[in-house]
Design a protein around this ligand. Sequence first.
Ligand code: ZN
Length: 331
Amino acid sequence: MKKKSMKFGIDIGHNSPPDTGAVGIKPEDQLTMDVGNRVINKLRALKHQVIECKPQRSRSITDSLQTRCNIANANRVDLFVSIHFNAFNGLANGTEVFAMSSSGRKFGQPVLDEIAKLGFFRRGLKNGSHFYVLKKTRMPAILVECCFCDARKDMRIYEPEAMANAIVKGLTGELPGEDEPVIHIPDEEDNPNKAVLRLQKALNRLEIPGQNGRSIVEDGIIGKQTKTAVENFQRITAIQQTGIAGNTTWGAINQILSKRVLRRNHAGGVAVRYLQHRLGADTDGIYGPQTEGFVKRFQQQNSLVADGIVGPRTWTKLIGCDSLSKTVSGT
Ligand SMILES: [Zn+2]
C-alpha cells in the first residue's frame, strides 16, 4: 500500500546571513545544506511535494526565522521540518528531535529512531517550545538536531547520504529506489524477552565463550559459566563488566542480532565492536578503512561479494540465520 503524497516544508537551517550556523569541526551551514538538499531530492523522488522554506538572505535572525514560518504557513504544508546540527562543548554528542504538538511528536519519533540506528547516541524526542520556528508554524513541525558538528565522536560517523536517508525514512517509512514500501517488521532490537535461556542461546550464537573458552550449557540457569560469558561480551562491546545482563547488555545483544547493515563511515557502536572482535580488528567501534579491509577479506574467504558492506549475507555467515526468539507458527 502506497502512502498518500504529502506536502513537506523543508527548512535548511541557517544559510541566510546574518543567520549563520554554528562552527564546529565542520560548519553547520555546510552540513544542513548537504543533508537538507538530499532530503528534498529524495522526498521529491518519492513523489511528495516539497516547499523550500529557507530565505537566501535576511535582515536579522528573527527575520530569517519568521520568513521560514511565513513560507510554510502560506503554502499550508502538512509538516514543517527544520534541519540543524548541534554544537556544545566538543564532548556532548548524539541526536535529538524537537516537537511541540503530539502530531509533531508522531513524525519526530521515527526520525529520531532512524538517526539513532546510524550509531548516534539517542538524546531523545524533546519538547521544542523554545524554538521560534516550532512556535510560529501553524502545522505539525519538527526540528532535527542531526548530531553535533563540534563532536569528534559524531563527525567520525556522520555521512550526509546516510543522514538524509534516515530522515526521509523516518518521515515517510520508505526510501527512493526501494521497490517495495517498507513494511514494519517487529525489530529484534526491541525484543523484550530477557529470559536466561534466551541469553545463553544468544551468547552461544554470538560465539561468546564462558569459562575455559567453552560454549555455555543452555540450561536456563545463571551459573558461573554464563556470568563469565556475559563479562566477555561486555568487554568486547565496551559495556561495564558486571557479569549481569541488564538493559544495556540486552540492548547490545539485540542490536547485533538485528543484523543492521554496517558499512564504512555509516556505522558505529556495539555492532561494529562485535564485528571487529569477530574479524580480529581493533575494537574501537568505528567502521573505518581498517575494519573495511577485514570485512572484505572475510567476505572473500566466505565466497561473498567483497564489497565491505556487512549486509544480511555477511551477518548470516557470522551469526547464523535464524532468529532466536521468534517462533514461527504454521507453515
Ligand atoms: Zn542550528
